[in-house]
Design a protein around this ligand. Structure first.
Ligand code: N01
Length: 543
């Protein structure tokens, strides 16, 4: 294999910046790059914009962050002209929004759709990256990977898959026009996705069978329409709302009632219950997680929230055996990303819904008729996999990325991802990641986080161009220190206790490593700002 420094084929397309991905991060990066007067090409595997909201078209796909906050803040005009229809936007509304953004800011003409990047190689002599997608080669001084932390669908390979006579759909690759009316449907997976779709599938299927491996803690979403008056109220204070989100611990504006700074242990049992009841009634999984300050750091505090949700499940689900199967028992609340639902637990009171506990009776194989567990076969017309993603590193590891002096990203990350601020990687000059491993992305409002990352990266690109610096990459010591800081912060929490995608435990064979910075978005963005103010002193400069 050739290494950095050898000659490369001349690219068909040459740009200042190539961006991979036309989701939220890619669109904003392209806009910022154009604004500073550089040339840009966005390479997108899908046929449309929106990233997550382009691919995830399963019934019930919906955001769990309030629409008014899960949106771009960079343009006041955009904020003022767009009216969200629901408290939590569904996939069609979000996809429409990103299409609107692509057209409004003239980004679409800079995108090559149905273009899947297979490799990115750095030519150290020319200080340029060459990206290959099919038979095309793109050259660029800078590469921004906006490939999304949850974009590579994971589906387990059950023995006998080819024997199954019915259809298999993955939630993240949902075809157009699927009609499940009157079908016998099975769903594997009870993460956020499964929990969103199960009540809707139950409404149309002749019978729904839910195959659950790990019981989850879900909190009501309490989605509802947004009125024009509500939108007007938000618009009146939008600037302040956005500013507060930017300076907050998790990228959200202040909540009503304010997020408690208290330990759950610092209040009486009665006060605790009142807080949890209020949060339950208001809805929202991320808000419930913030009921007290120490739910993810103090096991005793967490137990109180976990037990509250268990009680709710037992109250809602009428059959005691089904309720006990749905009650989570093997991980603390919110150590897996907390789902939100509309009538999830209620759905198990329907006579046409069956819950299968895979801990008791594991799936052995698929047959032509359906799913065979250790005790029987469940006959199905359709099997839905809501089995998640090869998260965070998956999309980057699938591209052959080769930097300076033979640094190959896949090899570098074989024991877990390493990088600086979640945005830059030693050995890969001028190569940036939006919402990458080592950032707080998954623990924030992704909209706020994405904007912060994109602004930092594009400001840095602007700085390098202005100072005629040909390339920059983080110093190895800075990368080591950040990776250590990220992992140590994670280890002080309860997160490592769950087999979640946060630690890569959902993918067989993936190194089990905590992949995010959990000490707060506010602390993180201050650190990013400090690095920028210092003239990017933690970076090696190649002039
Ligand atoms: O994926 P998951 P997801 N046999 O990994 C099960 C975001 N999101 O798509 O827990 C049987 O959470 C697996 O079981 P277990 C959000 O960040 C947001 O639901 O590993 N079961 C689990 O139940 C979220 O966290 C929104 O034992 C198998 C499920 O599949 C992230 O996307 C909506 C299995 C996977 O759960 C991922 O959510 C949707 C097997 N071999 C998603 N393999 C909102 O904004 C896996 N499972 C609301």
């Amino acid at each position: 294999m050739s290494r950095g420094g050898t000659s490369r084929p001349a690219p068909q397309d040459d740009y200042d910046v190539v961006v991979v991905g036309a989701g939220m991060g890619g669109l904003y990066t392209a806009h910022r790059v154009l604004t500073i007067g550089l040339t840009v090409r966005v390479l997108e595997a899908g046929a449309g914009v929106g990233g997550t909201w382009y691919w995830n078209r399963y019934p019930g796909a919906r955001c769990d962050v309030a629409s008014v906050d899960y949106s771009f803040s960079f343009s006041e005009e955009l904020q003022n002209e767009w009216s969200w229809k629901e408290r939590y936007a569904g996939q069609p509304e979000l996809e429409a929004y990103f299409n609107h953004v692509a057209d409004r800011f003239g980004i679409r003409e800079h995108i090559d759709f149905e273009t899947r990047v297979e490799s990115a190689r750095y030519d150290a002599d020319r200080h340029r990256w060459f990206l290959r997608a099919g038979d095309r080669t793109y050259g660029a001084q800078f590469v921004v990977m906006a490939t999304g932390p949850l974009s590579v669908a994971y589906g387990p390979t059950f023995e006998g898959t080819d024997d199954f006579a019915g259809q298999i759909y993955h939630s993240a690759d949902w075809p157009e026009g699927v009609d499940l009316t009157g079908k016998r449907v099975g769903v594997v997976g009870t993460g956020s996705t499964g929990i969103q779709m199960i009540p809707l599938l139950a409404e149309v299927a002749e019978h729904l069978t839910v195959f659950q491996r790990t019981a989850n803690y879900s909190v009501p979403a309490r989605n509802r329409p947004m009125s024009e008056q509500e939108m007007a109220e938000v618009r009146a204070t939008y600037a302040k709302r956005r500013d507060q989100a930017r300076r907050s611990r998790a990228g959200f504006p202040p909540r009503t009632p304010p997020i408690s700074e208290n330990s759950a242990m610092a209040v009486t049992e009665q006060q605790r219950r009142e807080v949890y009841e209020l949060m339950w009634e208001q809805g929202g999984g991320l808000a419930f997680r913030a009921s007290f300050s120490d739910l993810l750091t103090n096991r005793k505090s967490n137990d109180t929230a976990s037990e509250f949700i268990r009680e709710k499940i037992r109250q809602v689900v009428k059959d005691p055996a089904t309720a006990e199967t749905l009650v989570p028992h093997d991980h603390p609340y919110a150590t897996k990303r907390p789902p939100v639902d509309t009538n999830y637990y209620e759905t198990f009171n329907r006579p046409d819904v069956t819950l299968v506990d895979l801990r008791e009776t594991p799936i052995e194989r698929l047959t032509s008729a359906g799913v065979q567990t250790s005790d029987r076969t469940y006959e199905l017309d359709v099997l839905v996999l809501a089995t998640g993603f090869d998260a965070v590193t998956g999309s980057l590891s699938r591209i052959e990325v080769e930097g300076r002096d033979g640094v190959v990203l896949k090899d570098k990350w074989k024991d877990g991802p390493r990088g600086y601020l979640g945005m830059a990687i030693a050995g890969l000059p001028n190569f940036f990641t939006v919402n990458g491993p080592g950032s707080p992305a998954a623990f924030t409002n992704m909209a706020t986080h994405t904007e912060q990352n994109v602004e930092w990266i594009t400001d840095f690109i602007g700085y390098l161009v202005e100072h005629r610096i040909r390339a920059a990459e983080p110093r190895p010591e800075a990368e080591d220190a950040w990776t250590r800081r990220m992992r140590e912060a994670g280890e002080k929490t309860l997160y490592p206790e769950a087999n979640s995608w946060y630690v890569g435990a959902n993918i067989p064979g993936k190194p089990r490593v905590f992949m995010f910075y959990v000490d707060g978005f506010d602390v993180y963005s201050e650190e990013c700002d400090r690095v920028a103010r210092s003239g990017y002193s933690e970076f090696t400069i190649f002039s």
